[in-house]
Write a protein of this length. Sequence first.
Length: 699
Amino acid sequence: KTGTVGVTTYFRCIVTCTNSGLKTTSPIVKVVTGPYEMPYFEDFESITRPNEFPVCMSATAPGTLVQSYTAPLTLYNRLNHTPGGSKFAAFRYSANDYLFSPGLKFEGGYQYIISFWYITDGNTGWNTLGVKLGAAPAAVSMTTALKSISNPTNTTYLQYRDTFIAPSTGTYYFGINCVATISPWYLSIDDIGIQIRPCSGMPVAGSISGTVAAGAGVCPGNHTTLITTGATAASIGGIRYQWQRRDLSAPGAIWTNVSGADTNVLSADSLGGFEYRMRVLCANTNDSNFTAAYALPLLAAHPPIEINPPATPVSFCLGDTVKLNATNYTGSIYDWMLADSTVIPGWKFSDFAATEPGTYMARATAPGLPCPSYTSQVTINVIDPGYSVMMSVSSDTFICEGSTVALTASGSKTGLSYQWTKNNMDIPGATGTVFLARETGAYRIEAFDGASLCPAVSRSVKIEVRPNPVAVLSVPGVTTTACEDEGVLLKASSGAYSYEWTRWGSTVVDMNDSSELIRNSGTYRVKVRNADGCVSMSNEIAVTILPSPVPVISRSGTTIGTSSYPVYYWVRNGKDTVSTAQSFAATLAGMYRVVVRDANGCTGTSDPIELYGDGLSIEAATGQGELMIYPNPSKGIVYIKGALAPDVTVKDVTGKFIMSVKAAREIDLGNYPDGLYILVLSHNDQLIGQQRITKMSGK
């Protein structure tokens, strides 16, 4: 297994035999990420080149000379080195510099020991040596000062040694600090060691967690892992771990040690049926503490089952069936599976018909028995006839009702006879190299040379026939004859993926909904397509659309009329019905239309005609009667007569504003050129109407 580990993790490889359910496991491997754990030691012997910068240390100030030496020179620190080797790190002419350790992992409240050997060739008063602790490898982060030595002068190596308690759990860096006031001066460091101080009192036991929750229970043979966290670190001198257990089925059973279980991880296939605890012992004081008990009850298992035939492997011809039977228990449920534990769907009984090569086994479960039982494995091998047959498919294996898909056989040698099968059954008469499949099923081809023990069998191809959509065209409004302005509503079966309408056999553009309002005569059908792409064509419906009448208004003076129709409605200004006769004499100026209904009941509306002048008055505000505007044409003065004096806005024929008069009784157009003018009349900001006036001076 490869991958990235983000946190400290315990790994163990578990190999399971699905035949018997038995497992075996590798030893536990602990992979540590992030900072180093205790103990930590650096002797610089991994450095291979003279004056190589130590890979695990660093200097803070630019220009500081921090080196390792391999050849003895004339000064004390170069001539004398520790017995571990000839390489060490050295300050030279240091002003206020550090050698930093890598990040180290500390547990809050634990006591640690730091030590290293040092030698200097300086004189009294020249320098100071000390150790500091911080959260980062930088001088500004060295916030906790440990032991320091002023004016160290020695001609042989001396050991620096100090103890400290980590303030909290986390990653810390040590900085060995050198301050020199006079140069030249040398300080050499070697054999740096940091370790947890041996235990000296009652240890902490921590708590247990597991891959199975406490009290939940495990099945016989299932692998289970228990891990203790929060216990006093085993790396502390004198700390010992020991797992213990006692039998849950024997009341009053005593705790006994689990042989070889002396780490904080306990992992095995046989932990069920016991409760566990871990003892943490400080060997220096003989004080010990225990975790709380962690129970793993053993769950009830299904009775053992066997498989028949038990002998393996079993040889068969591809296309035949091998009958497998497991021990039958009434009420049990069986899952047949391959050796990789893949369950074969669709069969839950104690017998199974295998038609493909592979390694098979059965699993039995029953209500009230949470743990299954497994049979041994039976391997089924195919007898190779020495030749082969291939099957190709002409199109997609999903077809629509009424369609076919061509299956073609191709043998590896000549002289073969063929037989097509569907769902492992011979298809009568299907003995050619091509077969047209039109039904749902699993198809394959068998080829036989007449001499081999087994025929050659192709792969199986599943053909699925998808249903065509329902395509029924109906008329919700019953009648298929309607006027042009109403149309006939046709409705196709709903729920399809798409609709294509045709009129007299040609596709109608922009008609693609399940319902359409038809406004043109013709014979209509709809082609319905479902999500699978299957198509059905609906029944035909003939639609007759009757044309709407087109009345034309004629005028004689103030009298207007139209052609003969059964029904008339004359409308003024788009809202008032002023007459239902074929013709009538208008008394009010305005915009007139006529709406007629013909013998088929179809209605039609004429183009508008505008009446003005000729003595026609304008309807005033409600309750104010009518207004007379005269003369028309006018030489200049236009009079307004009536109970109401309206507000008047005058415009020319282009709509350009000419003048505006409040409460007008007359309008003077004398200073304006001859032509057509429009008088817009209103009262209390409500439009009354408008009148066209022609100015013709000198007439």
